[in-house]
Structure formats: C-alpha cells, structure tokens
Design a protein around this ligand. Sequence first.
Ligand code: NAP
Length: 459
Amino acid sequence: MEINGHTRLIGLIGNPVEHTLSPVIHNNISKRMGINSVYVPFQVETEGLQDAVKGAYELNVLGMNVTVPHKNDVMESVVAIDDAANAIGAVNTLVRVEELHGYKGYNTDMLGLQRQIREDDVSLRDETVVILGAGGAAKAVVYMCLLEGAKRIYLLNRTLPKAKEIAKGMNEAFATDAVVPMELKSYTQIEEDKVIVFQATSIGLSPNVEQVVLEDKAFYKKVTVGVDLIYNPAETKFMQLVEEAGGKAYNALKMLLYQAVIAYELWHDVKVPKDIIDEVYVELKRRVYKKDNIVLVGFMGSGKTTFGKACAKSLSMEFLDADEYIVKRAGKSIPKIFEEDGEEAFRTLETQILQEFSKNLCNTVLATGGGMPLRKENARLLREIGRVGYLTATPKEIYERVKEDTNRPLLQGENPFGKICDMMKQRKPIYEQVADVIIDTNSNDMEAIVEDMKVHLRL
Ligand code: NAP
C-alpha cells in the first residue's frame, strides 16, 4: 500500500508495545481490502496518556487501540463511552467522533470473545459457567457471559476480594445475583455436574506450558467446554486436561483476531469479509506460533526440490519432500497409489500429512507435490505451515526438465507437452491464490533463485 496524502493513521498506545501482533492484523486487513490506512504502535508513559490522546485527535488520527497499562486510565480521556466498556471498566478501542471533538471508548475484547464462542457454536444460555481468574480479562468474560444469558457464573480467584469486587459491580450492572465470587481453592463446592469454563488467569502462558491453575482431574470431568484465554501455546495444559476428560477445548487466538476486526470495522465503517478474516487468521497463526517454514508449490519440474534443497542448505533449514514422505507412509510409489487407490485417496493422504505438518513442522523447506493445493483444505493447510512460494517456469522449460522422467503418472501417454500446457493453465490461478510470493525459475541460475527465495520467503 502506497502511503500518500490520503493515508489515515491508526495507533496503538501502550507500554511496552514492541511485541504487539495488532499491526499484523490491521495492516493485513487494509492491504487486502485496499483501504488506505496504516497501523502503528506508540509507546506512551502513564504521565503522558492524556496528552497522547489529545495529540492524536489533533493529528487527525482515525482511531486507536489501547493496551496494558492504560486500559482503565484512558477512560478519563474519552468524550463518550460505550455501555459495555463502562461496565467492564476498561477501554481497548478509541473511535474518532468529529461532533464530540474526541474519541469514544469501546471494549472490543469482550465483543471478540463473544464472536469467537458464537462462531464455535458454544451457547451460554441457561448454562453454568466457571471463570478461573479475576483480573482485567476476567471482567470482560463475566460481562460477556451475562450478556449471553448464562444462568450462574462462578468467579474463582486466588485473591477473593478481587473476585468479590467484580461480582458486585457486574451483578449491579445487570440487576442480578448470577455472579458468585469464590476463592480458587473452593472449586470443589461447585455442585453442578456440567459447566463451561473460561480460563482467565495467566497460568500456563508460554514458556510455562506445563503449568495449570487447577490440576484436579475430577474437576475436569464436569467441563463440557473449556476456553483458555491464553493462545500461546496453541494447546495449553488446561486445554489438554479438558480434552482428556472428554470436553471440547479452545484457545482464544480468535478472540484476539476478532477484537481487532471489530475495532477495524468501527474505525472504517466497513464489514471485513469472511475470506479476508480467514486469510489474516492464517497469517496471525504463523506469527504467533513462529511457523518459520517455507512451502514451495508449483507445477512438476518447476524446481521445488532442486531450488528447495539449495535454499534449505543456504538458510541452515531442514528440507522435506512431501511426495517422498507420502511414499514412505503408504509403502508404495505414487503411480501405484494412483493405480490401486485412485487420485482421491492420494489427495486424502496429502491432507492427512499436511495436518501433521501444520502441528509439527518447524524450520523446514517443504517441497509439495504439484497437485497438492488443488484441494481447498490443503491450500489452507499449506498457508498455515509457512510462507508459500510459487515457483514458475514456462511450459517449454518445464517440458525440458521432466521429459525423461517416467515417474509422473499424469504425463504418461501421447502429447505430454500439450498436457503440460493445459494443466499449467488450469493450475496457475490455484498456485497464485495460495502463494505469498511468485518466484521465476526460468533462468536456472541457482544462486539468483535461492537469493530471491531467501529475501521473499522468510517470515
Ligand atoms: P491480570 O489482570 O494480570 O490477571 C491475572 C489473573 O491470573 C488474576 O486473576 C490472578 O489472580 C491470576 N493468577 C496469576 N498468578 C496466579 C497463580 N500463581 N495462581 C492462581 N492465580 C494466578 O491479567 P489479564 O489481563 O486478566 O489476563 C489474563 C490472561 O488472559 C493472560 O494470560 C492474557 O494473556 C490472556 N488474555 C487473552 C486475550 C486474548 O485476546 N485472547 C485478551 C486478554 C487477555 P490474583 O488476582 O490472585 O493475582
């Protein structure tokens, strides 16, 4: 996106801000939607918070996100406040309101979690909920649970007074007594035998991945759904315990994504389409889970193995050929799999190994089979595994590279050159859609091609 005289600025204010993922989300949405705005983090000290918000308005900044430690204090600097943000006592989004000559404060964390659970078909209506933790995030969870019609909400915290304070405020706001504060260690007093749990403590956050706030397996037998607000690691110990006991478990990376999408929609007065949200989610996952792999797609003979190996060597990465992996797994050659089981069975095998790779692969250059991205699910998985490079060459060059190779089932028979032309034409848009970058290999200049890959395919 070209920055020009029309570019609108959006900022994040917090301290520290270096590790924020928000620019990845917002700038990606702008790029994909062709909206001329740029998102930049600003480190702001508490003493300068009011000046920062005033200054942002005078600089015509379209909107801001607010993060730790300013989510409460910033409420003094807004000209209006959304009801939910007011009740939660925290603002994470500022939306410019010209008529009021200032910003209105919202809490999109709460709305993000609401959108996540709705999308996952988790209904809280008339359910019993247990919230572990009573910090800043837990407040938004309690509010969301009340909004979604939970029957009873046990708010468990190590420090009871904090849970009591939140429960009092929320019960008053909703004119209810549904929120019950409890000390964490009193969890055995919960009588209901089916509960939905939100894990809102900081226990289990990477690198302390072995830790969990409640160890007792008997507790997890009650849990039908467990949502961990922590998203790194992707599967926390809490989630493992929920799943081992037979419940469904989710992390809250989507909450992070949706709080941003909702803020983006408020700032720009647009609806972000689902396919763009899905694309941004893939990018976000790659960043959070440091999927530092390189994935190469392209027609047979485009150089995925040759250039892939050289690139892996040059970057001290592992190299993996997906077709070779499948042959080992199936215990037979690819022509044999096609002949005995059919193409559909082969594509299913591809999906299975990509699912494995999306969980386990790291620091690897993955060369894929030519038809691998044909299935939508495979294309999605490839993008999840790493940055995707589409290696291209002309049909003539491809033909020269593969004409002696008898191990290519799709090229047997008459007029292989014609088949190459047809198939390349058919597959080009599919490769282009899955790729982050297109790399021309016609030159056969190993050094230049590897350099190109190194520059464009690293995270
Ligand atoms: P916070 O205000 O610092 O609260 C931390 C909570 O963890 C408190 O309830 C605290 O209990 C509890 N806790 C800490 N150490 C504990 C221990 N050793 N034993 C028992 N409880 C302990 O943090 P927060 O802002 O609420 O965030 C909580 C978690 O949610 C964090 O991991 C954060 O990453 C995550 N989060 C995720 C998203 C998302 O978009 N997915 C958004 C916001 C937050 P005490 O009150 O007794 O100290």
